[in-house]
Structure formats: structure tokens, C-alpha cells
Design a protein around this ligand. Structure first.
Ligand SMILES: Cc1cc2nc3c(=O)[nH]c(=O)nc-3n(C[C@H](O)[C@H](O)[C@H](O)COP(=O)(O)O)c2cc1C
Ligand code: SF4
Ligand code: SF4
Ligand code: FES
Length: 606
């Protein structure tokens, strides 16, 4: 085995590869060769480091030097200065990694300091396309332990002790689900991994698939042993090409090593895994719709019961778990359910991965112990709202979650806590909003998504979400009334109670939570016909005031040509007139307001 004095880890996640990290790696290898140190420094392409907004990211070990926003043209300097001469290139460091004269290692920067990585443990640490690197970090040890030292019921017991709950949304206790699947006897049984991840802005599962695909294969094989299933399916979105490629490589390697396929580790246990590409619809993430899709049918939810554990793929008992749920399994088996259950809170054990997005400084992926407060995630890890803007709300649980306010920031994150506040954990989307966001418009945005994604099978969801959307459109365009608010509320609860699957049942959540927490904004729209944040354009009016000096700057930039000097005379000698906006033609782009000289500021928006 070859030893290297330094390791250069370059992120190969989707975010960084789209900013040329593959080319950066090739450039680094070229430079190291040119300097004659390619035998001393190893370059590794890893999965996502989490802090995607700082990408492309490069970390140099053993010190853990954290370079961010790397360009191909920066590589030469890092190679010759840092890797050859041992001098860190300070101007390329992540801004927080350098404080006065001290250089912080990657694990000391705030973004990582409060995190605890279990599901993401290998992401950003190993080459996901090299099974040996996974094995070197105890990979497949849990499978060895299970197959050689544990009975299937011991495995299920260990998962029960851990207190792990499903990370795909519903939070069902994983050990219990495994128990149900094990209890149903049949000639064929399946294990299925739900890697459909359709929430807009969410990429927790993608990062696990891209960064540590073998964790998933190992966990699914363990689940197969525990439930006596012989075959596994990974249902993954076709829009995740890197994840699919790495899964294919991982399956091939695991088979070559005898870790998948016939007689694993020469035991009489055999298990195989096949990949199925998702059809690109949000509803296909719902477990019964997913089963329909795997069977080659249109992805539409089935009525439950029977649950998949009894009648799943091709009517056979099927265990379905989410990617992140599975990613916790190897650690639970190796370190024990007891160890896992000590992390987190009473009802929510372990850690949770969140995709932080929206108006937040550090956009990216974080894994935190359950019980961490929303404030810690948004401020200590996420760095708060950018540009000094005031925090307004946070949407947890993806498009079907709820919006929470600053009053809720000290809530410890957990399944039951978030539900009590009218939101939910969901699969891990966390979108932050600041003072510039209109909460009525936000509700409309999320409803637009669920309305589009409704599969159409049941009327409350198919028709109800459309009617909800129409009511919100009415309110946002100033045509809403107080009665419409009542209709909105009543319809939202009706859809929640009467839809067939959770898509419909949870689609009204953003409407209900904003009605509860931001009612004053709805009232401003329907009574005052004003949007307090100025987002709803139909409620805006641009007016030129008496301060106008007649310079004409606004008229020059107006794309509609609707500003003319037809106001009162402001200079008798030159007959210069004040400008006036023809509001019937105005499209409310705001270009005039930007063009008016700041000293004058004659244009107001109401
Ligand atoms: C509309 C809809 C979309 C869903 N999308 C996903 C998804 O993308 N990934 C996922 O794991 N679970 C998704 N779920 C939840 C699954 O139905 C199921 O509860 C989950 O895969 C079970 O795994 P877990 O117990 O490990 O969480 C979705 C549910 C609904 C109603
Ligand atoms: S609730 Fe919506 S998505 Fe679910 S089955 Fe009914 S129409 Fe389809
Ligand atoms: S830019 Fe301002 S000051 Fe100049 S004409 Fe327009 S409103 Fe008047
Ligand atoms: S994709 Fe590179 S840090 Fe996330």
C-alpha cells in the first residue's frame, strides 16, 4: 500500500462538479506531475462536503486546510505554494477559515463545528467510486457482524433499541417496520430504497448516494437478512445522473468482492440489488405510487391498508425505507442501538440531515443531532439571513410543511415538536425567508407545486388544490375578500381530511400555517389591498411625488414608455414639467424607482 504525505480532497458532488471540480482535479494531477510530487500527494474526488455555496471546495490533509470557490486557474498556486513549499495560500481559504494569523481546519469552522455526522460520515472523506476506501473506514463490517454473529431477530431488536425513525417524512419507527416485514411469510420478499427525493431544493439523499453509495448497499443487505428478503430495489430519480453512476459502480464492485449476490461471505445468505429510475413525478416518492412505478405502471398511490410490508412490489411483502434511514444502519449495528439512542431527544433519536436553502448565508447540507434548536441551525450553522436582513420565517418539511416564525426559533428539532407547531420534519428541506418575503405569496408558491404534482386520482386533492390556488391568486391580486379567507381555511382543512395520500393531506399545510402565523399579511391583502413586502405586483402602485425635478431618468429606463413630462410646471423659464406615470400601462418593474437620483427619491411605491 502506498503512503502519501498529503491528501487533496476535491468535492465531486453535483454542485461542485457543475462548477468544474472534475476539471480542477485533472488540473491538480497535471500540476503535481509537473512538480514531480505526484507520488507524494494523493488527489481524491469525494462526495459533497455540505457547504455547497462555497464550492468548488478543496480540502488538504493532514491539516484540513479549507479552500473554497476554487477556479482552475488557482490550482497551480495551491500545488506549487502549499503542496510543494508548505505555504498555505491564504487568499483562497474559506473566509471563516482564516482569523487574523490563525488558520482554522475544516472541522473548526462554524458551519461544521455544531454538526454530528452519522449518515453523512463518509461524504467528503472517501472516494465513493472506490470500495477499498469504504472498507478502510469499517465499511461492510456491520454486514460481516450481522451475517456471522447475529440472528435476524437480533438485528431487528438492535434497530428497535436505536429508536431510529424513518427519515423519508412520516417518521415511522424503523425497527417496527422491519419487524412487520419480517413477520409476513412468502416465497419472495423485497427491500426497497426510496431515493426519489422530489422536494424542491432538497438534496440530502442525493448527497448520500453520491458520497457513500456502499453505505446504502450494506444497509439494504442487512435489511434483507433481517426480513428474509432476497432482492432489493433502489428507486432513484433519473435526474440524479452522478448518483446513478456511482450506485452502478458500487453494485458492480460489491458483487466482485462477494458482498452482494450469491452466498455473501460464503454464508447461505444471498441478496441482489437492482436500480430502477424514477419517473420524475413528486408523487412517485409516496411508497405505494413508487411500487406501482417499479411494476411499470403509472405512479399513483394505492389505498392503504394493505401496507407494503404485507403487499408491496408484485403483491409480495416489501420493506421500504428512505436513503438516510438506511445510511444510519451500519453505524447502529457496529456501535449498537444503545449508542444511537443516546443521541437526540426522547422521541427523536440520532441525527437529521437538512438541506438549508432560501435566504440563508451558508446554503448547504447539515447533519445535526435531533434536539438542536432551529436558531442554532439557522444562525450558528447557517450564518443567518444575508445582507443584514431580518429573519421572518422558516419552512420545514418541504412543500407540504409549515412556516414557523421567530417565536419558534428556540424549538428543539424533533418529529413531534415540529408537528405540534403546525409544521413537520419531512425529509429535511429547510427554507429560510427574510423580511422581503410575502407569506401569502410563499403559500401560493408551495401550493403551485403540490397542485401541479397532484396525480389526479382523488377529487379533494385534484380539484381542491386548484381551488385553493385560485383563492390565493385572488388574494394576491387584490380581488380577495374576508369571506375568501374563510373559504381558504375551510377548504384547506377539507383537503387535509379527505385526500387519499399524504400529498393531498399535507398540501394545505403552508396555507394553514401562514394563515395562523401571518394572518395580518392576509388581512393587509384583502382589506387594505396592499402587500406589505411589495412582492405581489398587482397590489403595487408607483407614483411620482412633488419632489420630481424633471430630469427624465425614469422615463428613459421605463420599458413600457409610460412615464411622460405631463405634470405641473416646475420651471417657468424652461417650461420644464414634472413627470407622471401612466398606471394603466405600468408593469411595476421598479426600474424608474432605481433610476431616480437617490438625492431626489421622487418615486414612491405603495
Ligand atoms: C407525495 C409524497 C412524496 C414522498 N416522497 C418521498 C421521497 O422522495 N423519499 C422518501 O424516502 N419518502 C418519500 N415519501 C414518504 C414515503 O411514502 C415513505 O413514507 C418513506 O419512503 C418510508 O421510508 P422511511 O420509513 O425510511 O421514512 C413521500 C410521501 C409522499 C406522500
Ligand atoms: S391525494 Fe393527490 S396525489 Fe394523493 S392520490 Fe389523491 S390526487 Fe393523487
Ligand atoms: S427620475 Fe425622479 S426626478 Fe427624474 S423625472 Fe423621474 S421621478 Fe422625476
Ligand atoms: S456539492 Fe460540493 S460541497 Fe456540496
Amino acid at each position: 500500500m502506498q503512503f502519501y504525505r498529503a491528501h487533496v480532497l476535491i468535492c465531486g458532488g453535483t454542485g461542485c462538479t457543475s462548477s468544474k471540480s472534475v476539471e480542477i482535479k485533472a488540473e491538480m494531477e497535471k500540476e503535481l506531475k509537473a512538480l514531480g510530487i505526484d507520488n507524494e500527494v494523493q488527489v481524491v474526488m469525494t462526495g459533497c462536503f455540505g457547504l455547497c455555496e462555497a464550492g468548488p471546495i478543496m480540502i488538504v490533509y493532514p491539516e484540513g486546510t479549507f479552500y473554497s470557490h476554487i477556479k482552475i486557474s488557482d490550482v497551480k498556486r495551491i500545488a506549487s505554494e502549499h503542496l510543494l513549499k508548505g505555504r498555505v495560500v491564504k487568499d483562497l481559504l474559506y473566509y471563516e477559515a482564516i482569523q487574523q494569523d490563525k488558520i482554522k481546519s475544516v472541522n473548526d469552522v462554524d458551519f461544521y463545528a455544531k454538526q454530528k455526522r452519522i449518515a453523512l460520515a463518509n461524504c467528503g472523506l472517501i472516494d465513493p467510486e472506490n470500495i477499498d476506501e469504504y472498507i478502510a473506514l469499517d465499511g461492510y463490517q456491520a454486514l460481516v457482524k450481522v451475517l456471522t454473529q447475529m440472528k435476524p431477530e437480533d438485528v431487528i431488536e438492535e434497530v428497535k433499541i436505536s429508536g431510529l425513525r424513518g427519515r423519508g417524512g412520516a417518521g415511522f419507527p424503523t425497527g417496527l417496520k422491519w419487524q412487520f416485514a419480517a413477520n409476513y411469510e412468502d416465497d419472495m420478499k423485497y427491500v426497497c430504497c426510496n431515493a426519489d427525493e422530489g422536494d424542491p431544493g432538497a438534496f440530502m439523499d442525493r448527497s448520500i448516494l453520491e458520497g457513500t453509495p456502499h453505505s446504502l448497499l450494506e444497509a439494504m443487505t442487512i435489511a434483507g437478512y433481517a426480513t428474509n428478503a432476497k432482492k432489493g430495489y433502489i428507486y432513484v430519480r433519473a435526474e440524479y445522473p452522478i448518483a446513478v453512476k456511482r450506485l452502478e459502480i458500487a453494485i458492480k464492485q460489491a458483487k466482485e468482492y462477494g458482498l452482494l449476490g450469491e452466498s455473501i461471505f460464503d454464508t447461505n445468505f444471498s441478496f441482489d440489488i437492482e436500480i430502477r429510475l424514477g419517473a420524475g413525478a413528486f408523487v412517485c416518492g409516496e411508497e405505494t405510487a413508487l411500487i406501482e412505478s417499479i411494476e411499470g405502471k403509472r405512479g399513483m398511490p394505492r389505498t392503504k391498508p394493505p401496507f407494503p410490508a404485507e403487499k408491496g412490489i408484485w403483491g409480495k411483502p416489501t420493506l421500504i425505507n428512505n436513503v438516510e434511514t438506511f445510511a444510519n444502519i451500519p453505524a447502529i449495528i457496529l456501535k449498537g442501538g444503545e449508542w444511537f439512542s443516546k443521541i437526540g431527544t426522547e422521541d427523536s433519536k440520532g441525527t437529521k440531515v437538512f438541506a438549508l436553502g432560501g435566504k440563508i448565508t451558508n446554503t448547504g447540507l447539515v447533519e445535526i443531532p435531533m434536539g438542536t434548536t432551529l436558531r442554532e441551525v439557522i444562525y450558528d450553522i447557517g450564518g443567518g439571513c444575508p445582507n443584514g436582513k431580518k429573519f421572518k420565517a422558516v419552512q420545514t418539511g418541504g412543500p407540504s410543511g409549515g412556516c414557523l416564525t421567530s417565536e419558534h426559533l428556540d424549538t428543539p428539532i424533533g418529529y413531534d415538536n415540529l408537528v405540534k407547531l403546525g409544521s413537520m420534519m419531512g425529509s429535511g428541506g429547510m427554507i429560510v425567508m427574510d423580511e422581503d418575503n410575502c407569506m401569502v405569496d410563499i403559500a401560493r408558491y408551495f401550493l403551485d407545486f403540490t397542485c401541479d404534482e397532484s396525480c389526479g386520482k382523488c377529487t379533494p386533492c385534484r380539484e381542491g388544490t386548484k381551488r385553493l390556488k385560485e383563492l390565493l391568486d385572488k388574494i394576491c391580486t387584490g380581488k380577495g375578500s374576508l369571506e375568501d379567507l374563510d373559504r381558504l381555511e375551510a377548504l384547506a382543512y377539507y383537503i387535509q381530511d379527505n385526500s387519499l395520500c399524504n400529498l393531498g393531506q399535507s398540501a394545505p399545510n403552508p396555507v394553514i400555517s401562514t394563515l395562523v402565523h401571518f394572518r395580518d399579511e392576509y388581512l393587509a391583502h384583502v382589506i387594505d389591498k396592499k402587500c406589505p413586502t411589495g412582492v405581489c405586483k398587482d397590489l403595487l402602485h408607483y407614483t411620482i411625488t412633488d419632489k420630481c425635478i424633471g430630469c427624465g431618468s425614469c422615463s428613459k429606463v421605463c420599458p413600457q414608455g409610460c412615464i411622460e413630462p405631463v405634470g405641473k410646471v416646475i420651471n417657468e423659464k424652461t417650461n420644464r414639467r414634472a413627470y407622471v406615470i401612466d398606471s394603466s400601462k405600468c408593469i411595476k418593474c421598479g426600474a424608474c424607482m432605481d433610476a431616480c437620483p437617490p438625492k431626489v427619491s421622487a418615486i414612491i411605491r405603495q
